[in-house]
Write a protein that binds this ligand. Sequence first.
Ligand code: FAD
Length: 494
Amino acid sequence: DAVVHWFKWDLRTRDNRALAQASEMAQQAGVPLIGLYIVSPQDFEAHLTAPIRVDFTLRTLKVLREDLAKLDIPLWIETVEKRTMVPGRIADLMEGWGANHLFANMEYEVDELRREAKIARLFASRGLALHLAHDTCVVPPGRLTSGSGKQYAVYTPWFRAWIRHVHENPELLELSEPPAKNPSSARQRYAALFDCDVPLAPESKRLTPEEEKRFRPLWPAGEHEAEKRLQKFCNGDIGGYDKHRNIPSTPSTSNLSVHFASGTLSARTAVRTARDSNNTKRLDGGHSGIQTWISEVAWRDFYKHVLVHWPYVCMNKPFKPEYSNIEWSYNQDHFKAWTEGKTGYPIVDAAMRQLRGMGWMHNRCRMIVASFLSKDLLIDWRMGERFFMEHLVDGDFASNNGGWGFAASVGVDPQPYFRVFNPLLQSEKFDPEGEYIRAWVPELRGVVGKAVHDPYARGAGKVAAKAGYPRAVVEHKGARERALAAYKRGIESG
Ligand code: FAD
């Protein structure tokens, strides 16, 4: 008598594959559609979801609930304390609502796949039907294989295959219809569901009032904000994206990652909108800023494909098993200095303070700080990966794990281990005037000129010391050699 769509990280009504299918079935059967969202505090804990990300999600649910209500579709939000209870609770709710069909989009991480397998078994025993759709990637995982039939482990040939596949299968960029309006009787029949409120965040994941004030204006929630931001970007900054995207002091990137991660924007819509703002219908032609941006969005697909093919990356293991034996340092003072942005390397410190300050960090800086932690400090990259998840508004397992694997040289298609970023050269190259550094490290605002990159070595030590800026925790040249030796030993013994 009803069809249910279970929202997860697909918190939008537009271009949502499973939601569109659910709506179509409901329409054909002449029955109402019900939206469901399960708040799972244990999943937030297990997956290290940052409070800022939980807050963004809950704010998004408010927008979603309002949008659905305009279509007379209720959104039932329920907290289920134990995650093992989620499948059973969904089945109970469905039976209570007289619904036989559950639609949802696939999530590819191991915990989620196990949960969905459990739901499928349970549903089979209770006469309920589960319909799963591929939605989050432009190209569903499993579609692209190399000539020898294997999953690509290198991005460039994978990306060529991705482009080819999208051109050959234009339906991949066809947008799904938003859900249709429910029969008006749904309002009466499911009146109680329309009264449902969005809960507060679980206590351990709650922002402080100060953080709410600081973060919320930075990250307006919901799919309409995503759409606005996408349009603005595609009508403006995307043009210079290839030239400026590595400069963290400029707002030259799209800032859409939170929307991709929460599913308030679909990758299809993004790629299609970017393509349509180009003067060609191809993904690999026309304006190079647009092409470059599309290739970055494709990285997100790439890392999701990787985790589907090599699910052990979800289990704290490096993609390259031969990198399992590196003897990491667990120096807590160094780790703390890194997390607090007090390493004495201005570009690293600016970036870590940006992370704490906004719940987001520029991509170039993510690479710099990840390299610094895993190589200069020789600290286990998994500690950094974890810290990122705990603080990022856009924390996404596949992209974060992929990014850390790249920078620490233990991942798929990584930076070779002997390429160690020199943080001072990175700083001069990508923040030449020190604008980014001065924006995030107030102690260095009084340092003039290039000395800002390395104040103690460049004659600005007095100013820096007076302002309380720390000296470098390690010396780069020696740290680099220590890292090379440790990586080499680890690989040889692996
Ligand atoms: P844009 O430059 O405008 O790019 C557009 C979109 O493409 C992004 O929103 C993102 O969805 C995708 N994208 C771009 N670069 C990458 C990439 N290298 N890998 C995967 N997808 C990419 N991204 C996340 O979404 N979540 C994470 O948890 C995350 N952790 C990272 C950790 C490390 C160590 C590194 C090096 C990168 C990480 N990234 C992560 C990728 C990237 O830094 C962010 O996606 C990007 O900075 C987001 O800003 P933007 O939306 O303005 O990006």
